[in-house]
Write a new protein. Structure first.
Length: 155
């Protein structure tokens, strides 16, 4: 049962940002300090990727674990109230993500998805090494989950 009134819950959900989130700013800071240059939220690309690195033909999405349903992540659990609504909402986000990734790959872009649970200050060097490994490699698609686990790479 939700402990907030519908009006309080609505106000909370309205305050959720979709750009310039803390995890996104964290990744941008790492990249910029390391000398990488990028553009932000390009509207001409499917899904308006969070970061676009044309030099590496790579787009980066920094996904919230809840909103994009990060598998096996404790931060991705559905709320106990209004379950049908949330199940439908999250499912449509995941379907849209898959289509965007597919469209970007067809356009020749490489896609890196960084899950918000991996954006921890204490693991910054490990996260950066995984990002750098992807940028310098040949994989077309990669997800970086919680950094304690190795990144899962699929093509």
């Amino acid at each position: 049962m939700d402990k907030k009134t519908p009006a309080e819950r609505s106000a909370n959900m309205s305050a959720v940002k979709n750009k310039n989130t803390r995890p996104e700013l964290f990744v941008r800071s790492i990249m910029h300090k390391s000398g990488y240059r990028y553009s932000l939220h390009r509207p001409d690309l499917p899904g308006k990727p969070d970061l676009v690195l044309p030099k590496y033909n790579t787009v980066i999405f920094v996904n919230g674990c809840f909103w994009h349903s990060h598998r096996n992540c404790k931060k991705a659990e559905l709320p106990k109230s209004n379950v049908d609504f949330w199940r439908h909402k999250i499912k449509s986000n995941v379907e849209r993500d898959k289509k965007n990734y597919s469209d970007l790959l067809e356009l020749g872009w490489r896609v890196l998805v960084i899950w918000s649970c991996s954006c921890q200050k204490k693991e910054v060097h490990l996260l950066f090494s995984q990002i750098k490994e992807f940028l310098e490699g040949n994989e077309k698609f990669c997800e970086i989950g919680e950094v304690k686990n190795s990144s899962s790479v699929s093509q």
